[in-house]
Design a binder for this molecule. Structure first.
Ligand SMILES: [Ca+2]
Ligand SMILES: [Ca+2]
Length: 248
């Protein structure tokens, strides 16, 4: 480009109505001499929504935030605002989830998760505690919850107890998703394991008897996740697929 001419990017918007269900777009570029350049960047394909506004067309594996942006489905209802407008965590998007399936231990408190007492198939010596701020014993537990830093979380305290003490936190009963076999569920959570006495954290799937909803025996429970020993003084993220649970 010769001196004195301004050089800048231009934004172009073209409107069209595709006549086919499957289509491509091609951009042909020609330059008329050897000192011309054409650059391309930030190509966006939008679609006309029912309210007459152009919105971003997201892929089948993406969630539309409704503001011309898309996020992956695994960022929906994970307590983080990935859409600028917060649509991924809104009541419209997450409000239909069953209590206990979207739980930050802030509102409502335990979301139907509860402490278990020792029973036929379970040994339970201690209790989970609902808490905010740092744990009572200095330098062992979280300093704050993972959601906002000001909210609640639950913890169990293992130091000072007898060897191999156990405490169990149990979810409410969930219905299997009404989807095709092979489309797995996933459970995601944050955990904090710090301190010399912490030994083990295990997440299990407990199939229930169809007739009386009694939990199955220990041998038929499925270990989805397990972690041993000190994992450092920080919250960790876990995402675990739950396979082969669908309505019959
Ligand atoms: Ca999110
Ligand atoms: Ca929380």
């Amino acid at each position: 480009m010769s001196a004195g001419k301004s050089v800048h990017w231009r934004q172009v918007e073209e409107y069209f109505e595709p006549a086919y269900e499957i289509f491509q777009l091609v951009l042909h570029a020609c330059v008329n001499n050897n000192i011309s350049y054409i650059g391309l960047d930030n190509i966006d394909l939008l679609q006309l929504s029912k309210d007459g506004k152009y919105t971003k067309s997201c892929s089948v594996k993406q969630f539309s935030c409704g503001d011309n942006s898309c996020i992956s489905f695994d960022k929906i209802c994970d307590f983080r605002h990935d859409c600028l407008n917060g649509q991924d965590e809104s009541n419209i998007t997450c409000g239909s989830l069953p209590l206990g399936a979207y739980c930050n231990f802030d509102s409502p408190d335990w979301c139907d998760w509860h402490n278990v007492k020792s029973g036929d198939f379970i040994k339970d010596d201690l209790d989970w505690k609902w808490h905010t701020g740092s744990t009572p014993t200095q330098d062992t537990g979280p300093m704050e919850d993972h959601t906002t830093g000001n909210g609640h979380y639950v913890y169990m305290h293992s130091s000072g107890g007898t060897f191999l003490e156990t405490t169990v936190l149990e979810s409410p009963i969930f219905d299997a998703p009404d989807e095709k076999p092979g489309q797995n569920c996933q459970v995601r959570f944050h955990y904090f394991m710090y301190g010399g006495y912490v030994s083990k954290l295990v997440l299990k799937l407990v199939p229930l008897n169809d007739d009386d909803l009694k939990p199955c025996e220990e041998k038929n429970r499925v270990i989805l996740f397990d972690k041993f020993k000190d994992q450092g003084q920080k919250w960790h993220f876990a995402a675990v697929d739950i396979k082969n649970i669908t309505k019959r």
